[in-house]
Design a protein around this ligand. Structure first.
Ligand SMILES: Cc1ncc(COP(=O)(O)O)c(C=O)c1O
Length: 384
């Protein structure tokens, strides 16, 4: 059967990720593929590592991109740090905390769940209580920025509590990296993973990770082999290690790494603090516009992510139809609710490059046009 080349439509990506990718990053990706052990490529890998250390605000030697998406970064943290029988407190306040629990259980760990309402941040007091009840806890795990609900948890406080109880802290920073303040070394985070497709605005498919010396010591002291060959850090370290003679572990996704390199160069040009500030400032504009249209933010005030706006639909609005109009008529992608929130909320991303005034204006004007077309029941004011 004769297939034609695939030419994707040009979209504006304001969903939960991937976010818009800058033409500079796309251009970098199309440069000639070279060998992944070529000395020039190895030099570029060293730069990627240094720029990731900057993005994570860490000096951790073991900082690198895993050659697979954010879920693989999550698995890298758990599969290396959790041994059968280890007790792990997992804070669950949305979809991704639930996946952490799944990881712990599949590895033979004992998951103790600290639960919070979807939309709310992780409650530090609940974590403190759980650690007091479970003094044999080895690891605490939580999601910094819950993409399923738009909740930002206080990572600094949660990690400090974990450390006071001698537990290591694993932090999901898939959506937080580059969008909100995150300081791996200052906060004492032991293992962290992210994704390239959110606030870094690179294409999906790589997962930056970083491990503290304490985490590396736990990995080195393991009594059992790491259950995954591909994600076993003791093997990957030979590939990404400092000044190490690079040996073959797997074929690195060469062009995807060019893209990440360029995205990190752009982050460095803007400056990390400026990127955090841009996300915070522009979200205020988006929020004012969304509220004027009748959308209501879910979750606790003061814990809303700038880069992921989870908003309840005005009464009587057909969510699927609304997103269809945005996509078909405005080529604008926004996200649907997940799990219990499906059909009830929109998730509007303001991530990385997509976090700009032009996008905000497009989104608000598209919603203003689409909303009246999707109202299945008359709004309350009109009924009165
Ligand atoms: C908070 C969080 N953790 C983990 C993941 C998984 O990342 P990926 O889809 O790149 O595997 C996502 C993806 O959206 C996420 O938002």
């Amino acid at each position: 059967m004769p297939y034609a080349s695939f030419n994707p439509p040009v979209r504006t990506l304001m969903g939960p990720g991937p976010s818009d990718v800058h033409p500079r990053v796309l251009a970098a990706m199309s440069r000639p593929t070279i060998g992944h052990l070529d000395p020039k490529f190895v030099d570029m890998m060293d730069e990627v590592k240094a720029m990731l250390q900057y993005a994570f605000q860490t000096k951790n030697e073991l900082t690198m991109p895993v050659s697979a998406p954010g879920s693989a970064g999550m698995e890298t943290c758990f599969v290396n740090l959790v041994e059968p029988g280890d007790k792990v407190i997992v804070c669950v306040n949305g979809v991704f905390g639930g996946r952490m629990k799944e990881n712990v259980e599949r590895l033979g760990g004992i998951a103790v769940i600290v639960e919070d309402t979807w939309g709310d941040p992780v409650d530090p007091q609940k974590l403190e209580d759980a650690l007091k009840k479970n003094p044999d806890t080895k690891i605490v795990a939580f999601v910094h920025a819950e993409t399923s609900t738009g909740a930002l948890s206080d990572a600094q406080t949660l990690v400090a509590i974990a450390r006071r109880h001698n537990a290591l802290a694993i932090v999901d920073a898939v959506t937080s990296l580059g969008g909100v303040p995150l300081k791996v070394d200052d906060w004492g985070i032991d293992a962290i993973y992210s994704g390239t497709q959110k606030c870094l605005s690179a294409p999906p498919g790589l997962s930056p990770v970083s491990f503290s010396e304490r985490a590396v010591a736990k990995i080195k002291a393991r009594k059992t082999k790491v259950a995954s060959w591909f994600l076993d850090l003791t093997l990957v370290m030979g590939y990404w290690g400092a000044g190490a003679k690079r040996t073959y572990h797997h074929t690195a996704p060469v062009n995807a790494l060019y893209a990440l390199h360029e995205a990190l160069v752009m982050l460095q040009e803007e400056g990390l603090e400026n990127a955090w500030k841009r996300h915070a400032e522009l979200q205020r504009e988006l929020r004012a516009g969304l509220e004027a249209l009748g959308f209501e933010y879910i979750g606790r005030e003061g814990a809303h992510l700038p880069q992921l706006n989870a908003v309840k639909l005005p009464a009587g609005v057909d969510e699927t139809k609304l997103r269809q109009i945005l996509l078909n008529d405005f080529s604008l992608e926004v996200g649907a609710g997940l799990g219990a929130l499906a059909g009830k909320i929109l998730r509007i991303g303001l991530m990385g490059l997509a976090c700009n005034r032009r996008n905000i204006s497009l989104c608000l004007s598209a919603l203003a046009v689409a909303l009246p077309q999707t109202q299945t029941t008359a709004p309350k004011a009109a009924q009165a």
